[in-house]
Design a protein around this ligand. Structure first.
Ligand code: C5J
Length: 221
C-alpha cells in the first residue's frame, strides 16, 4: 500500500498495483497556440504551463508500472457520434467538424485531435477516443479498468471543470477512488479550476481527493 498524507481532504491510501493514471485530452486543439481553443479566444498559455508537470506525473506512473491511459475528445469523421445538442454549442462560426486551424475540429485522425508531442503515449499505452466530456461514456474504459484490476485512479489533463471533473464524477459513481493531481490539470478560466478543485474534495471528498504531483511521485517511489 502507499499513502499521500498531504492529500485533501485527508490522506489518500492506495495500492499502486491496482491504480492507473488517466491523462485527459492533452490535445493540440486544446493546448497549442493556433489550435481550436486558441481560435475561440482562450488563453492557452495556462494549459501549456502544466505540460512539464503532466510529463513528470506520467514518468512517475510509468516508473512505478502503473497503466497510463490517454483520452482524446473527438468524433468520427461522419459526425455520427456527435449529437446536434453538442454540435450546436459554442461559436457559431467554428464548430466541431468544421475546418479549423489544425484540420477538422475535434475529428479523429485530424492533426488537432492528436495528443501533444511532449506527452506522446507509448505504443503499449491505451489511447481512448471519447465523444463525450466523460471518458466512460461510449468508450471501453470500464472494460479496460476491469481487465487491469484497477480500483484507484489518478487524474491529470484538461480542462479541470469540464472533461476532467466529468470523468472523475463518472469514476466515483462506479466505485473508483479518484485522486486529482492539482498541478497537472488546468482550465482556460482560473476561477473555474479553483472552484472545481474545491468541489471535488468538498464534503469529505464527495468526488475524490486532490494532491500535488511531487507528493504523488514520492508515494509511487
Ligand atoms: C475538455 C472541453 N477536454 N472543455 N473539453 O475539457 O470542451
Amino acid at each position: 500500500m502507499a499513502c499521500i498524507p498531504g492529500a485533501l481532504p485527508f490522506a489518500f491510501d492506495f495500492d499502486p498495483a491496482s491504480t492507473a493514471l488517466i491523462v485527459i485530452d492533452m490535445q493540440r486543439d486544446f493546448v497549442e497556440p493556433g489550435g481550436f481553443g486558441a481560435s475561440l479566444g482562450n488563453d492557452v498559455t495556462r494549459l501549456q504551463a502544466i505540460i512539464p508537470t503532466v510529463a513528470a506525473l506520467i514518468q512517475a506512473a510509468r516508473n512505478a508500472g502503473l497503466p497510463v491511459i490517454h483520452t482524446r475528445e473527438c468524433h468520427k469523421p461522419d459526425l455520427s457520434d456527435l449529437p446536434p445538442a453538442k454540435r450546436d454549442r459554442g461559436s457559431p462560426s467554428l464548430r466541431i467538424g468544421d475546418p479549423g486551424p489544425m484540420g477538422r475540429i475535434l475529428i479523429a485522425g485530424e492533426p488537432g485531435a492528436d495528443i501533444i508531442p511532449e506527452l506522446a503515449p507509448l505504443p503499449a499505452e491505451i489511447v481512448l477516443d471519447k465523444p463525450g466530456k466523460g471518458a466512460f461514456y461510449a468508450t471501453p474504459l470500464a472494460d479496460h479498468l476491469a481487465r487491469l484490476g484497477v480500483r484507484s485512479l489518478i487524474f491529470a489533463g484538461v480542462t479541470t471543470e469540464v472533461c476532467v471533473q466529468t470523468t472523475m464524477r463518472e469514476a466515483n459513481d462506479r466505485g473508483f477512488a479518484c485522486l486529482l493531481a492539482e498541478d497537472a490539470t488546468e482550465s482556460y478560466f482560473p476561477a473555474f479550476k479553483a472552484a472545481a478543485v474545491k468541489m471535488i474534495r468538498a464534503q469529505g471528498g464527495i468526488v475524490g481527493w486532490t494532491a500535488f504531483t511531487a507528493e504523488i511521485a514520492t508515494a509511487l517511489k
